[in-house]
Design a protein around this ligand. Structure first.
Ligand code: XMP
Length: 520
């Protein structure tokens, strides 16, 4: 699934490390294109002149579990520079005649690395005294070097922490340069990419835009494309990118399910229809959704009802546009990477996520996923390059089922109104106080409990508003954001003073895990 046949790249062979995506991101941050492929999928056909270097990732396996670690070891004959990281370092040693064993002393966390020899790979990496702190996470170790390799650096417990075979251009490192805990780790990757693989920068937002537009034009030709526009970052970038590439051949369908943030539908129409002149079918389905959700409290039922109804409505409207051949989706790179399956473990279903993934099979449309090789931060940069406003591009993620899953219990018109207003005040206050960009996701929720309060000498009996604000890398794990007490008091007062129906505000301080980001 290469992006462009002429685009040089670093190929990352994934052995299932939780950090593989991070390696790809670090390389792209250097302005160089990188692609990940599972070790199971790598075959000789994959070799091509666009690969300028190869990185073998870390992984949870042991190199001596030979059945599980099957991979095409012909890469060592491809005459390309290779860098093995952690498990990848052990793979190189084992494949080329060295030995790997369970380590006497496992190394987890920070370790002090000491330089023994100079190398192109470590230029500017060590401190003046020849040391550096690096982050380790391994239970196995290389115990005998393969022929032709020499040691560049060691730690107290790991004598082959950096090794190289200069004549073959192969390098192995036991620590993780891609994580921020390794000081100056990016320098190792930089040296590998620019000095050893001799690559030039080829991955900048401007080039990406041109390339993606050219690819869309080539793929779509004169056909028509439909796109479900939600107003979120990914679908907004997809819509704008497609519009730049194929203009009026694109029609977006925007379904207002009544569970959007305050004024969201107005903003979407204003931006995409009025400003960018994109064809949009606006579907007001507020009552339809509300009716179907009447007296439903179970979170999974809510999710299913919303997801199915959305698909039905979208299908109906899509059918009305003649000669549509493609359905555009905002699938991102992390959705496609299979690293999690390497260990064979199955993650249990926590929530049924709602997106438009169910559509193509039913509708017999071809899928077009222009963002499929991009990470979220790259999508945001591309959005700015496409002249989308910062407000759209930098906005927090918003779930498909919308406010329905921020309102445990039954959904009513009154509750939706209260919640929209509370959320609006919270988010606007974050923006006013320059906190919005520091937070990965924030929102207000409405708990289905009423408590007693006192306002102006009168007793009140109203709902509890819960505020949630988290920091995260990718939504998989999250920490709560630490607000000052004065901020919390300020926002709490503002919500209670302005919204009838809420007389108590609480802040959710649980991380993920054990909680999830959304309430349902
Ligand atoms: P949880 O609640 O699972 O959320 O910790 C993780 C991230 O995913 C978002 N989320 C969704 N996004 N459709 C989406 O497109 C959904 O059904 C959905 N449910 C949760 C959530 O907002 C958070 O960013």
């Amino acid at each position: 699934m290469s992006l462009d046949q002429n685009l040089n790249k670093i190929l990352i062979i994934d052995f299932g490390s939780q950090f593989t995506q991070l390696i790809a991101r670090r390389i792209r941050e250097l302005g160089v294109f990188s692609e990940i492929i599972s070790h199971k999928k790598l075959n000789s056909k994959f070799e091509n002149s666009q690969i300028k270097g190869i990185i073998l990732s870390g992984g949870p396996l042991n190199v001596y579990q030979s059945k599980k670690v099957k991979f095409n070891n012909k890469i060592f004959k491809w005459k390309k520079p290779i860098l093995g990281i952690c498990f990848g370092h052990q793979v190189i040693s084992k494949e080329l005649g060295g030995k790997v064993k369970k380590a006497k002393n496992r190394e987890f966390g920070l370790a002090k690395l000491r330089r023994l020899n100079k190398s192109k790979l470590t230029k500017n990496f060590f401190n003046k005294d020849g040391s550096n702190n690096v982050w380790m996470s391994h239970a196995d170790e290389v115990t005998k070097l393969a022929k032709g390799f020499k040691v560049i650096a060691k730690t107290e417990t790991s004598k082959f922490s950096i090794v190289e075979n200069l004549s073959k251009n192969f390098y192995g490192i036991q620590f993780h340069p891609e994580v921020t805990h390794t000081k100056k780790g990016k320098i190792i990757l930089k040296n590998f990419v620019f000095s050893i693989c001799e690559m030039k920068k080829n991955w900048l937002s401007k080039n990406q835009k041109k390339l993606l537009i050219r690819n869309i034009k080539n793929e779509v030709g004169n056909s028509k494309v439909i796109c479900a526009l939600s107003g979120g970052v990914d679908s907004s970038v997809v819509a704008k990118l497609l519009h730049n590439a194929i203009g009026n051949q694109l029609t977006c369908v925007f379904v207002n399910n009544g569970l959007l943030r305050k004024n969201e539908e107005k903003q979407v129409i204003k931006t995409f229809k009025e400003k960018f002149k994109i064809n949009i079918i606006y579907v007001d389905a507020k009552n339809l959704f509300l009716n179907k959700l009447k007296r439903i409290s179970d979170p999974e039922k809510k999710r299913k009802i919303i997801g199915n109804l959305f698909i039905k409505i979208f299908e109906n409207y899509a059918k009305k546009i003649k000669n549509v051949k493609y359905l555009a989706q905002g699938t991102l790179y992390p959705d496609l990477i299979e690293s999690k399956s390497v260990t064979g473990s199955q993650t249990s279903k926590i929530k049924s996520h709602h997106n438009v993934g169910g559509l193509p099979k039913k509708m017999k449309l071809k899928l077009i996923e222009p963002l499929r090789l991009l990470f979220k931060d790259e999508v945001r940069k591309l959005g700015l390059e496409l002249k989308l406003s910062k407000e759209i591009v930098l906005r927090h993620p918003f779930p498909g089922p919308g406010l329905a899953i921020r309102m445990p219990g039954e959904i009513t018109k009154d509750k939706i109104k209260i919640l929209k207003d509370a959320d609006y005040i919270f988010i606007n206050t974050l923006k006013e106080q320059n906190l919005y960009a520091k937070i990965w996701q924030a929102y207000a929720a409405l708990l289905p409990v009423k408590t007693v309060g006192v306002m102006g000498d009168n007793r009140t009996y109203e709902y509890i508003c819960l505020l949630r604000a988290i920091t995260s890398e990718d939504g998989m794990t999250a920490d709560t954001y630490n607000f000052s007490k004065s901020f919390m008091q300020f926002v709490s007062n503002k919500i209670i003073n302005n919204i009838k129906g809420i007389n108590r505000v609480v802040y959710d301080i649980t991380s993920k895990p054990p909680s999830t980001i959304e309430l349902e």
